[in-house]
Design a binder for this molecule. Sequence first.
Ligand SMILES: [Ca+2]
Ligand SMILES: [Ca+2]
Length: 420
Amino acid sequence: MKNLRIASITLLLGLSACTSRDDQNFMALLALANGETSTVQGEIPVEVNISDVTGDPSFVFDTTRSIGVYVTVRDPISPASGSLVQILETSGSSTGEVIFQAVVSPEGNVQGSFTVNQTVNKVTLRVTIGGQLYTWLIDISNVEEIRRYLLVTAEITPITIVDSDQDGIADTDDAYPNDATRSAIVRLPTDGYYTVAYEDLFPTQGDADFNDYVAEIRYEEDLNASGQIKNIRGYVRHVARGAGYRHTLQLTLPGVNNATFSLKRYGFDDTTVESDSTGVLTAFEHVELMPNSGTTIQSDNTTKGQIYKPGKRAEFEVSLATPVAAESLGTMPFDLHLNVVNTGKKIHFAGRYLDANGKDLYLDPAGFPWAILVPGTWLWPVETQNTHVAYPAFKSWYESAGTTNLDWYRSPLADKVFQR
Ligand SMILES: [Ca+2]
Ligand SMILES: [Ca+2]
């Protein structure tokens, strides 16, 4: 029978207090005092210092957010080498997918970030130390960075793990047990697709129907054992074009050089391969994922009563020459932008390009963007309607800077949106 113990946690008040343990500066705060629950399966008690950073990041119509992870694991003698740090998306009492994974550095540190939908307010921090499993449920509602210092209160006896590729991640936790450059697959979003929707009149203000160009996209990231991105796969489909203009859909990954890029495009029947190419890109800038929008959709899919006909789809994979921190690629959906063939303008999501005075180039004078991302299969407004009318909670959401009506996109007026 397993001998379960509650973590020994010291609550110290004030800087003058310190422990007499090896680390004089160690201050352990009671996890429960932070509104968290801690489940400890390990035999050896672990003290936790919580220094999570909270706050409200600037709002640019985000429906997802990225949260930093800084975890240190050590025992009284040394860094707890080999410890595995994982973050799992959590809903209610059900623990979902791994959305971040890394083994600690020789100094006992893990540093990285993960992305969740704004509607997700809990994650599970799971740490495997010397073969023992420790989990903490963390309320991330107001958290920008998870910062935890874990001190195992006794010396850890190293255990032998089966690690076929010797990347530090046990085969049982390694999505690629025979590939030392990769160890985890993170899906964005964890379920289904994101819908990206663009207004194509930039720099002129649009009519906010967000149906000029609509696509579904999901990504998969392969992380290396340090939690950096090694590969990115993307699955994209054109789903609506309520516009007279023609467009191409492009992707920029800043700082990604000499990556190997492969792209496969399919026909309307979903199975015929129309093109299949692989090459090395010196810089990953304005890479065309979807060709001219006049060729990728059979029906505009924006007229009320019309039968939905899916557009063409493409799959791609970027294999990075040098792995990068997820943070360096920016928030979802990365820098996925619309190139308007007729005007020569590129339309980006807000929050990425600022002028010399710090003004966002992709917010109009009313502070409104030309591109939005919505988690899930979103129903865009039909012609002559706009998002304000079709989604009654939309305005409250952005006027509250994203603090209320976080799931505004789930409650349309049925006759104002395109049914599919
Ligand atoms: Ca491994
Ligand atoms: Ca591996």
